[in-house]
Design a protein around this ligand. Structure first.
Ligand code: NAP
Ligand code: MG
Length: 503
């Protein structure tokens, strides 16, 4: 078995320099070491080898970041900055991300393992677009006026209105699957709303968050407005959640950690928004256009190696087209070119970490043991690196762990259904409710199914399509709140009612 490792000699000069020394953290506008003097390794998922080291922050570093973020929030430079100034700074940040798009895409691919074509074609442009979209909201945050009645004060007139104010210091805790995009999903609306931020990237992928820290300084944001700290979630993430100096936690990650955050955050009555896991259903009706459906299913489950919270991991196919669809799907999955992220020909890279690879392999073994039919994949692909081959199971049912649990890997579980009612029942038989998709050419059937599916997103004849304007978030255990769209700004603001007696 051969190795499928990245060729690091082709890295851009800027990225070779970036990883050539231990990276520091951004606190209060300065690059600093951990107060504990500790660092940890960042690895290349295609080889498992160490790329560079980052600081392992201590709880004291969290305190320092909170002090810096609070000072910036209350200081003149940011606290009194006009909306147009916040907009200008965010637009400048978007321009810098765009200017460095190729280097940032390369760094993202190197750190996470994702194909460079995806980092270049999706992660970076979506991030740039999102920062620009949110920049515009800085100047469009508004309250309302009210004609109040106040029945017990009939002789007094009142002028009443609401103001939207920044929620304060935001702790943003993000995962490793889309590190750049997740960072800007938190940063941009928080900054548009006038908050200050402490950003903690996942330990498996801290590099692009640190690079954003550099661009934030270059853009001219006042010191302390954005702080980036690296370290273990169970230590500094936990310290952020219980810290009385942090007003809000914005979290994307697993449902289990999200639940723990919600429980612990209630002690300080923090504002909490959660984007959590999913087990999203894909329903293919027997009138679907298979030529368009197959690429949609493939993208839905194998993009980013299945490490997408909204991955279409449960496929329900109407009986009449089952055999035909499965034959085409199997061929399409076998033709996916798996390889190192930096190879431009790669369509699917390695998983992010050895731990994630082990976890997905264990699910594949469980699927076989539980009696599902392994149609494609399941095997080990390379002698080094964290690879898992694209895998499809048929003849699955809802008693199986591969159908019930979020795998977060390139594993698709397929089963048949007979009518629309059965499809809806199966689709909703999950504690999750993040996303879903329907493939059909019949608009009446689509419109019957759409309201019946309990999920924050319903894609029709596509899957994993995101846009800055479209709110994204979960029903049920997939989370609380909606990111993107104008809803996102609301996550970072408080509403103040003002009622003035007029003489
Ligand atoms: P995770 O273990 O929940 O980690 C996510 C983040 O939380 C990381 O930064 C992690 O830090 C930190 N963390 C871990 N334990 C913590 C604690 N006790 N207190 C505070 N922070 C803590 O999730 P993951 O395994 O990295 O990511 C995969 C999961 O994220 C999947 O379940 C997926 O569905 C979900 N996800 C959801 C969305 C969405 O939009 N809904 C998007 C992407 C991913 P360390 O890295 O240092 O442990
Ligand atoms: Mg984790």
């Amino acid at each position: 078995m051969t190795a499928l490792c990245n060729d690091l000699t082709t890295l851009s000069r800027i990225n070779s320099d970036f990883i050539s020394r231990d990276r520091q953290m951004l606190i209060g506008g300065a690059w600093v070491d951990s107060s504990a003097g500790a660092t940890f390794a960042v690895r290349d998922p295609s080889s498992g080898k160490e790329l560079t080291r980052v600081q392992k922050a201590s709880v004291q570093d969290v305190d320092a970041a909170v002090v810096a973020a609070r000072k910036a929030l209350e200081g003149k430079a940011w606290g009194e900055a006009r909306p147009a100034e916040r907009e200008r700074l965010l637009l400048r940040l978007a321009d810098l991300l765009e200017k460095h798009a190729d280097d940032i895409a390369e760094l993202e691919s190197l750190d996470n393992g994702k194909p460079i074509s995806q980092a270049t074609g999706l992660d970076v442009p979506l991030s740039v677009n999102f920062v620009r979209y949110m920049a515009g909201f800085a100047t469009k945050i508004h309250g309302r006026t009210f004609d109040v009645s106040v029945p017990y004060a009939p002789d007094t007139r009142f002028f009443a209105y609401t103001r939207r104010e920044p929620v304060g210091v935001v702790g943003a805790i993000i995962p490793w699957n889309m590190p750049l995009l997740m960072a800007v999903w938190k940063l941009a609306p928080a900054l548009a709303a006038g908050c200050t931020v402490i950003l903690k990237p996942a330990s498996d992928t801290p590099l692009t968050a640190l690079r954003i820290g550099e661009l934030v300084l270059e853009a001219g944001f006042p010191e302390g407005v954005v702080n980036v700290i690296t370290g273990a979630g169970c230590e500094i993430g936990d310290a952020m959640v219980s810290h009385p100096g942090i007003d809000k936690i914005a979290f994307t990650g697993s449902t289990s950690v999200g639940k723990a955050i919600a429980r612990s955050g209630v002690d300080t009555m923090k504002r909490i928004s959660l984007e959590l896991g999913g087990k999203s259903p894909v329903i293919v009706l027997d009138d679907a256009d298979l030529a368009a459906t197959i690429p949609g299913i493939i993208l839905g489950i194998f993009a980013n190696c299945g490490q997408v919270c909204s991955a279409g991991s449960r496929l329900y196919v109407q009986r009449g087209i089952y055999d035909c669809l499965m034959a085409a799907l199997g061929e399409a999955a076998k033709s996916i070119k798996v390889g190192p992220g930096l190879d431009p020909a790669t369509q699917m890279g390695p998983m992010v970490s050895a731990g994630q690879q082990r976890s997905v392999q264990a699910y594949i073994e469980a699927g076989v043991a539980e009696g599902a039919e392994l149609v494609v994949g399941g095997g080990q692909l390379a002698s080094e690196g964290f690879y898992v081959s694209p895998t499809i199971f048929a003849n699955t049912d809802h008693s199986m762990s591969i159908v019930r649990e979020e795998i977060f890997g390139p594993v698709l579980a397929v089963q048949c259904f007979d009518d629309e009612a059965e499809a809806v029942k199966l689709a909703n038989d999950t504690p999750y409710g993040l996303a879903s998709s329907i493939y059909s050419t019949n608009v009446n059937r689509i419109q019957r199914l759409t309201p019946a599916i309990k999920a924050g997103t319903v894609w029709v004849n596509c899957h994993n399509i995101f846009d800055a304007a479209l709110p994204f978030g979960g029903y049920k255990e997939s989370g609380i709140g909606r990111e993107m769209g104008e809803e996102a700004v609301g996550l970072y603001s408080e509403i103040k009612s003002v009622c003035m007696a007029v003489g």
